[in-house]
Design a protein around this ligand. Structure first.
Ligand SMILES: Cc1cc2nc3c(=O)[nH]c(=O)nc-3n(C[C@H](O)[C@H](O)[C@H](O)COP(=O)(O)OP(=O)(O)OC[C@H]3O[C@@H](n4cnc5c(N)ncnc54)[C@H](O)[C@@H]3O)c2cc1C
Length: 747
């Protein structure tokens, strides 16, 4: 082999990334318990789950005996117990966000309905787990644990019931029609409550034994709202309702139940106090769902990431084999060996799908790990504040707000070189659990909605790309990898647990928290530094895109539109929502780069990776570059629309603008004439042929103060250098990478 060819062969990606690589990228290489869980979940996904799909179990929305086998498989494999603490019979120590995220990822690799079926049980338990009394936790977590050796009992399965029939709860979770009233209250005894609740689209309802339901008070003797636990054996009506005629996630059960039940007041999640003869629940329903969703939404986001990454192998196999078997197509010929991979477009599109899958997985797992860090800090924060006599709710919020200054100081000290900072102050802030909580909480409040929004929303769009790459096959039930079903399923992931509007609304608030903004500032410096060391990652474009986004945010918070109305405002979703979308792109690309750097640092420690590591790193780096460039494009487009789009367009001359007046040849920066230099009637810059442009009085005022923005956009475009070369390299790698002969699950 010629030296060049030999070098090329060494540089080319050899195989698809395996477990060793994923464990490093997603930081569970030292977690044997999680590695075992991944293997167990994979065996269920590629065994019983895949068989069910292949046998057509998705063709019915009824909960069938065939589908019930799934529950047994979850129990026997340890998936059900993974949610419990060891003292409740589980086997994963400590916080379980990453554990559940990995489980959902594995199941969704084959079918996200199966993942939802498993996770909905955890969702039902989550209100109890997060905010339940110790007795509630002990009772319901234990009942949900599969029977241990020597035990003879049924597993208790749950459903989470928030959404109600129209016109009540959906996106607007405050519009509750479910009611709780006092049915009976005997002196010296616990009150008995009457709960009336109707649910819409409630997962697991075909078989749930208990339900955690959100209800509002319908009685002067009960304050506010709460969540209550309902059991199928409670006196009254426990009607599972009609099955939802879903087009998606058919391996989970969804129904519209009706409940009218009498339950003891001890079923109020988190308990209650009595104040002047009124039952005061410790937690409102919104406090509980906030605590629940901020964790579970990350897991949902990872379901769509799994779909994207699972599409790579079947698409490559389809493309390679597309023309094999034809009389005139001889083995060894490019048409036989490469098939559709001879065409650049299919390779480039698959590179985009893959890059999106990597970025979304990196973002999702980073968020899951962050919640694992945050969970103990949150508990510590509650303890410390309780010791200080600070109550929950607004009192806590106020107390924490007073510490923002300290948290900000910590962030600023953290990036200073050791020799230039007050070391003891830095140490003190580092050891302060409240400060550490605030810093991570600010980030988690952005990452959670970002994962849910971007991974599922943009992920669904990219799943369509994957489906399209399979041609007609893609939209048949026979499509390898079940890609058609996965495309449709992704839309449900974008919808349930709060559709995109909910996530964008949350980001509108959390992304302007100064503690988050300061971290973003630090990331700009971080990406610049990475760009210096590893320019091939696209970190340079990403740093410039982050800077542009931050500039735009600051500008929009101060600017008004052509009518003088404020731009950055909760009601102005046309401004805030796109800006939230742009931020998600930035986050995903950042975590993707950080993961690849982790692999670069830790990969060499694993001997089994040694041989293929350099080529894999090159390939993953190219994917980072592709994704960073796409991110820069999206962010640039969104920011430009927002910055310029709310100004009124100046009057043009009769020729219009651009091509006809020669403007396209101008240096865009020549366009700028600061407002101070332009008085009405002045002629600003001229086109190359000497004609004034724009011609009417004072139109350049619209650029007043925006010079910096345009310079930043120009710089951003320049940062795209090399991005397409990276895409070409990644595409070439797709045409040579080895894949197994067949998928490792039934079709
Ligand atoms: C298969 C399936 C399973 C489900 N499982 C469960 C479950 O187990 N438990 C449960 O409680 N719920 C469940 N749901 C319900 C799900 O969470 C809701 O459907 C979802 O939160 C959206 O509510 P909605 O359908 O009422 O949409 P709507 O509230 O009607 O919103 C429709 C659309 O209007 C727009 N919109 C609405 N409000 C705003 C706003 N303020 N700003 C901007 N845009 C807005 C958005 O585009 C939104 O997507 C499930 C749903 C499905 C389909």
């Amino acid at each position: 082999m010629a030296i060049d060819e030999e070098k090329k062969a060494v540089d080319m990606l050899r195989t698809l990334p395996g477990d060793d690589v994923r464990q490093i990228l997603w930081r569970f290489a030292d977690r044997y318990d999680l590695q075992m869980l991944v293997q167990a979940a994979r065996a269920v996904a590629r065994g019983p789950v895949a068989r069910l799909v292949a046998e057509g179990a998705r063709n019915s929305h009824e909960w069938t005996d065939q589908k019930t086998q799934l529950l047994r498989a979850f129990d026997e494999s340890g998936i059900t117990a993974a949610y419990m603490d060891p003292d409740q019979g589980g086997f994963v120590q400590g916080p379980k966000n990453l554990a559940l995220a990995l489980t959902a990822f594995e199941l969704s690799w084959v079918d996200a309905g199966a993942a939802t079926c498993s996770l909905a049980g955890n969702l039902a338990l989550a209100p109890i787990h997060e905010r339940g009394t110790p007795e509630q936790r002990e009772t319901y977590m234990r009942r949900a644990l599969p029977p241990q050796p020597g035990e003879d009992r049924q597993v208790s399965r749950g459903a989470f019931s928030l959404t109600e029939p129209i016109p009540y709860v959906g996106v607007e979770t405050g519009l509750l029609s479910g009611k709780v009233r006092v049915a009976e209250w005997q002196e010296g005894k616990d009150p008995v409550l009457q709960v009336d609740k109707r649910g819409r689209f409630i997962t697991n309802m075909g078989f749930a034994n208990f339900v955690t339901a959100a209800v509002d008070s319908g009685d002067d003797r009960i304050k506010g709202s709460c969540m209550v636990i309902l059991e199928e054996t409670d006196p009254g009506v426990f009607d599972r309702g009609v099955p939802t005629r879903k087009l998606v996630h058919q391996l989970s059960s969804t129904r519209d139940p009706v409940f009218s039940l009498r339950v003891p007041a001890t079923r109020i999640i988190g308990g209650y106090t009595l104040k002047d003869g009124v039952i005061v629940p410790r937690y409102s329903h919104s406090e509980i769902i906030e605590a629940v969703f901020r964790r579970t939404r990350v897991t949902v986001g990872l379901m769509t990431s799994a779909k994207l990454l699972s599409a790579i192998e079947p698409v490559i196999r389809y493309h390679r084999g597309r023309f094999r078997g034809g009389e005139t197509i001889a083995p060894g010929s490019p048409r036989y060996e490469l098939g559709l991979q001879q065409k650049e477009d299919v390779l480039h599109r698959l590179v985009e799908v893959w890059a999106t899958g990597e970025a979304s997985a990196s973002l999702g797992f980073a968020a899951a790990r962050l919640f694992d860090e945050l969970d103990p800090l949150e508990r510590r924060k509650d303890e410390v504040l309780a010791q200080q006599g600070v109550g929950r709710g607004s009192a806590q919020t106020k107390a924490l707000r007073r510490l923002h200054k300290d948290a900000l100081e910590f962030l600023r000290l953290a990036v200073r070189p050791g020799t230039e900072r007050d070391g003891s102050r830095h140490q003190a802030l580092l050891a302060d659990p409240l400060v550490q909580f605030l810093v991570r909480d600010a980030l988690a409040n952005v990452l959670c909605p970002a994962v849910k929004l971007w991974n599922t929303g943009h992920g669904a769009t990219m799943m369509r790309e994957a489906v399209s790459l399979m041609g007609g096959y893609g939209i048949t039930e026979d499509c390898p990898g079940f890609l058609g079903q996965k495309w449709m399923d992704a839309q449900l992931e974008a919808t349930y647990e709060g559709p995109e509007a909910v996530q964008r609304r949350q980001l509108t608030v959390t992304m302007i928290n100064e503690l988050f903004v300061e971290q973003l500032r630090m990331w700009i410096a971080e990406m610049r530094e990475i760009a210096f060391r590893r320019p091939g990652t696209g970190a340079c474009a990403l740093a410039s895109a982050m800077a542009l986004w931050l500039w735009t945010l600051t500008h929009l918070q101060q600017a008004t539109d052509a009518e003088g109305a404020k731009l950055y405002h909760g009601t102005r979703q046309g401004v805030t929502f796109p800006l939230a979308d742009a931020l998600c792109w930035l986050l995903a690309a950042r975590y993707q780069i950080l993961d690849v750097l982790e692999l670069e640092a830790k990969g060499p420690e694993n001997p089994s990776l040694a041989e293929g590591l350099p080529s894999l790193l090159n390939f993953l780096t190219d994917l980072c570059h592709v994704q960073a460039a796409r991110t820069a494009g999206e962010v640039g487009r969104i920011c430009a629309e927002l910055v310029h789009g709310y100004n009124r367009h100046p009057a043009w001359d009769d020729d219009g603008c651009g091509a006809t007046c020669g403007l396209a040849e101008l240096d865009p920066l020549d366009w700028f004439v600061p407002a101070t230099a332009v008085s009405a009637g002045d002629t600003p810059n001229a086109t190359p042929d000497g004609r004034p442009h724009p011609p009417k009085a004072g139109p350049c005022v619209r650029f007043d103060g925006l010079e910096q923005f345009v310079r930043m956009r120009l710089k951003l475009d320049g940062c795209l250098t090399g991005a397409r070369l990276a895409k070409d390299r990644a595409a070439a790698a797709l045409s040579t990478v080895m894949i197994p002969e067949a998928l490792d699950y039934p079709q």
